[in-house]
Write a protein that binds this ligand. Sequence first.
Ligand code: GLU
Ligand code: ZN
Length: 463
Amino acid sequence: MVRTRFAPSPSGYLHIGGVRTALYAWLYAKNQDGKFLIRVEDTDIERSSKESVVSILEGMQWLGLKEDEEIIFQSDRFDIYKERSKELISDGKAYQCDCTQERLNDIRKQQINNGENPHYDGHCRDRAGGIDENHVVRFKSDRSQSVIITDQVFGQVEVGGDELDDFIIMRSNGAPTYHFAVVIDDFDSGITHVIRGDDHLKNSAKHIQLMQSLGYPVPCFVHLPMILGPDGSRLSKRHGAMNVLHYKDEGYSPEAILNYLVRLGWSKGDQEIFSIEEMIDAFNLSSINKASAKFDIEKLLWVNQQHLMSTSNQKLLHMLNEHPELTASVNQDTALNFIEAYKNRANTINDLVVNCNDLFSEPIKYDQSSAEKFLKPNILNPMIDVHESLKEIEWNKESISESLKTVCKKHEIGFGKIGQPIRIAVTGGTQSPSIDQTLILLEQSTVIDRIGAAVDYIKKISN
Ligand code: GLU
Ligand code: ZN
């Protein structure tokens, strides 16, 4: 039975790179009918915060990356780590060390001078026990041979004995280090596949040494190449929003984010658009790319648009109604017609909210530069006629088109000449579906009032 986990350190928010790691671990568990766990790695008391835990878990929940078992907090397990470190000490596989920082600095300098990799010199290894508990515990590392990491993505990776060290497993304040806690927790949780960022690839050598000393089986390692910014450097805050909840606020859908991220480092032929079910069915470890991928916000927007277009109008209506920024009050049938007319033009649900507010709120606010460009004196007479003729007709698309054509013919102008002025009059801007499609979304009287207001506006600027 496959068991995977996502193990965030709560010292910040859930960022795009973390989401991809979580997604791959989740997808693989789902694909294999296994279990996906979440473990909060909050052993670093100074850097961890409650807000960060809440924000990360909120992100996971929003994305639908749900844990199959109760969330584990490392801060609840300090007794267990202490217990296991004592076992290692009594087995002669770890030892307490009370070397001063000064001494450690000195040996470090010496080793660097000798051209060696800095490492602990083993000074406290064989001293008789009995130093008090407030000292660090070091793991007795075998530096005589290299460790081979077998990784699903990177293949066989050798870490030389000279790169190994008697690293610290327990701090003097009683907290375990990451290396110690991760090994114990992955074992206790029965994790079969350790899926994480490749910044931890080399750490796996330490973990393998620890696992062997503790008598634990070595899980399958899957290290994911990092995500780069558009400029090829490591993705960071300066590349724009990293917090996944930012995308929630911007109106992206969780499915689209996951779809975009699944393709960032994994592929199935040329397929770009996946539903969640398709991702689960298709996901495998063997198609993960070894090369790092670049984050591309334009593509994310495109993927979001593709998902939005294939979302049912009913579901979009529901999303629209739930949206905190929606101020326009509009009846549900009209809203459905609005969605049908506008959904192919929107990239995000927020675009639909903005369009809906623009169209259905009074008074219409003109986009200033568009108004200056199109609501000009030369269009006054045709607009007066549009105003008059729309009063006469039955309110349907065909009649709207007919009467506008008649106005154009009378003034010997192309439809393009009145199209934008009408759009601005009715929506405030120049972006909307076709004129008849746009007007029909509104009540006849509303359209007439708005065209009338535009006529007044043109008269005013003509004086
Ligand atoms: N807490 C570690 C991190 O956020 C997790 C590494 C792992 O998955 O083992 O980098
Ligand atoms: Zn020491």
